[in-house]
Design a protein around this ligand. Structure first.
Ligand code: URA
Length: 251
């Protein structure tokens, strides 16, 4: 058994010393961070930490006086409202504008999944490969909610088919949540990520999409973000995404 509080011995202790993680997150010198721990102001996963505590910065939730500490040094997460006409790749052979052009260039981030060029709305960008993998892995099935303005006013039978699943390339789509917001405006929530899925589903039931906006990915909402604007996700939002994706829940 390794000794979790000792640096000595052949077994590497698990995690990084808490004061080192706090100092790296900008809370002052290691000495000052030790004082914060000794004063009982630091919690790890909801439990007051003592000196000698080690943590895993990627998975443990660290707070000082109840406020989240950014433990994952260098990882950034943005929510962008992608305008129509912008491609959601990191670079485009046709030189169209890309989503990465709307967020800071440094550190380099990558889109999490795709929106087709004509579709507007919420797209996440980050440099956290693990979270990206979890969110885009088909088995994790994070909900994605869209508002689709259709050509025509869908009848109840068409809405039922959208809900129950329509055949795309020989495979039915998984059950979807579908509701009518206005006679020609549908709210649709899917958890698959098939190519141009909403457009193809709507077309399959006879009401092609006129205008498509993604308004939610799991717990993250587009809300009042203007087209072309981005915001940085909070620590709590990142954690809620990890939980939604069945990844490294920590709190
Ligand atoms: N469905 C679509 O049709 N397009 C997207 O970009 C996403 C889902």
């Amino acid at each position: 058994m390794s000794n979790p509080t000792s640096e000595a011995g052949s077994d590497a202790p698990a995690g990084i010393r808490l004061q080192k993680v706090l100092a790296a997150a900008g809370l002052g010198s290691r000495r000052r961070c030790e004082d914060l721990i000794s004063a009982g102001l630091v919690e790890v996963n909801g439990t007051t930490a003592v000196l000698g505590r080690r943590v895993h910065p990627d998975t443990d939730r660290v707070t000082v006086e109840g406020i989240d500490v950014a433990t994952k040094a260098g990882l950034v997460y943005y929510a962008l409202n992608k305008p129509a006409g912008v491609v959601s790749t990191a670079s485009d052979p046709q030189a169209r504008p890309t989503v990465v052009g709307y967020v800071p260039a440094d550190p380099r981030v990558f889109p999490v999944g795709r929106l087709d060029a004509a579709t507007e709305g919420l797209i996440l960008l980050c440099n956290d490969g693990t979270l990206t993998q979890h969110l885009t892995h088909p088995s994790h099935g994070v909900d994605k909610e869209y508002l689709a303005r259709l050509h025509g006013q869908p009848k109840p039978g068409a809405l039922r088919r959208l809900r129950e699943g329509v055949d795309l390339d020989g495979t039915p789509t998984a059950p979807a949540k579908v509701s009518l917001v206005e006679p020609d405006l549908v709210r649709i929530t899917i958890h698959e990520g098939r190519n141009r899925q909403v457009r193809r589903m709507a077309e399959a039931v006879g009401y092609p999409v006129k205008h498509l906006v993604r308004i939610r990915i799991g717990p993250i909402r587009l809300a009042s973000l203007a087209p072309g604007a981005y915001r940085t996700l909070s620590q709590e939002e990142v954690r809620s995404l990890e939980r939604a994706a069945g990844g490294q829940a920590s709190g």
